[in-house]
Design a protein around this ligand. Structure first.
Ligand SMILES: NC(=O)c1ccc[n+]([C@@H]2O[C@H](COP(=O)([O-])OP(=O)(O)OC[C@H]3O[C@@H](n4cnc5c(N)ncnc54)[C@H](OP(=O)(O)O)[C@@H]3O)[C@@H](O)[C@H]2O)c1
Length: 294
């Protein structure tokens, strides 16, 4: 797969990237020039507040970009402490340090902070009241609130349905690659048709995020590719664009029986003019599929 990157960004001062081995962290690193320190779990474990504080005090960054997260949505239901440690209490530590040291804290959150309104059928804006329905969503919402209330300089970006060329750090793959692998194995593939989202290229989020930092955008922002589809429609588009034959059929969340409940509708839009408009999800998917074949 080509590692061509079209835009590069140079931000002033020292930049620390937490979760730098994850799919979004790697896309961000690939676009950053200048004094950049990439941290993985072994450099800075987010569950160890003392050592996290020490490494940040030692570096004295002007910007910390936190791409690390506990992303196991189903597993979080049975291990809420682990999810809250990374998604809520670590952001609180970072927010506290940002307040003491004056750095800009950039953090990522999720469409799964919504879902309580089961009848929702129009996109969520930043000013809509959140209402998570899973441990993961609740832990991410708590992290957001700690940062928004404690870090004077922050940019919290909620995104949705990420896929990137390096795959999710924890899961080792992404939805697109999983679908292609299952199709290659000739297995029947059942995908839920009653959860509507916006699949989003991690590359597009990384570009837009760095542009927003550069342009001085601060606060809470929704950032996804545009448009919407169900996970089933996403899978169908993957096979259509990749010209792959697959034994794909729709199912529903109740039959699928995942441990964590998910929103039936979690499409995000931004009510702010300073949020970059990202291309339609199908276009971003086509670009990803073309790139992976290079
Ligand atoms: N993936 C999605 O579909 C999606 C959707 C909406 C929002 N988001 C948000 O977008 C952001 C980036 O997600 P992603 O898909 O890039 O995630 P990812 O690929 O799973 O990367 C997360 C990274 O966090 C690291 N991490 C986990 N626990 C840690 C700890 N205790 N200390 C230090 N590092 C730790 C992981 O390291 P290890 O590999 O060592 O575990 C991994 O490199 C997250 O905030 C996520 O909540 C993601």
């Amino acid at each position: 797969m080509s590692d061509a990157v079209h835009y590069r960004y140079r931000l002033d001062g020292k930049i620390a990237v937490l979760g730098s081995a994850g799919q979004l962290g790697r896309e961000i690193l690939a676009r950053l020039d200048g004094d950049v320190t990439p941290w993985t779990r072994k450099d800075a474990d987010l569950t160890d507040a003392e050592s996290l504080s020490q490494v940040i005090h030692r570096l004295k960054p002007s910007i910390v970009i936190n791409c690390a997260a506990y992303n196991f949505v189903d597993r979080a239901e049975s291990e809420p402490q682990a999810a809250f440690a990374v998604n809520a209490f670590a952001p609180r530590t970072l927010a506290d340090l940002a307040r003491q040291m004056g750095f800009l804290l950039v953090h990522f959150s999720t469409d799964y902070v919504f879902g309580l309104d089961a009848n929702r059928a129009i996109p969520y804006r930043e000013s809509d009241a959140p209402g998570p329905i899973s441990v993961y969503g609740t832990s991410k919402l708590a992290g957001e609130f700690f940062i928004r209330s404690m870090a004077p300089q922050h940019l919290v970006i909620r995104t949705c349905g990420l896929y990137g060329r390096w795959g999710s750090g924890g899961k080792g793959t992404n939805f697109v690659e999983t679908m292609l692998r299952l199709a290659g194995e000739g297995k029947p593939i059942r995908v839920v048709n009653d959860q509507v989202l916006t699949p989003t290229a991690a590359a597009d989020v990384a570009d837009a995020c760095l542009r927003m930092i550069q342009d001085g955008v601060r606060g809470l922002r929704h950032l996804t590719n545009s448009g919407q589809c169900s996970w089933y429609e996403f899978a169908r588009a993957i096979f259509e664009i990749a010209a792959v034959t697959a034994n794909l059929s729709p199912t529903d969340s109740a039959s699928y029986g995942a441990a964590a409940p998910r929103p039936t509708y979690s499409v995000l839009v931004s009510e702010y003019k300073d949020t970059p408009k990202l291309r339609p999800w199908r276009e971003a998917l086509a670009a990803y599929l073309t790139e992976r074949l290079r």
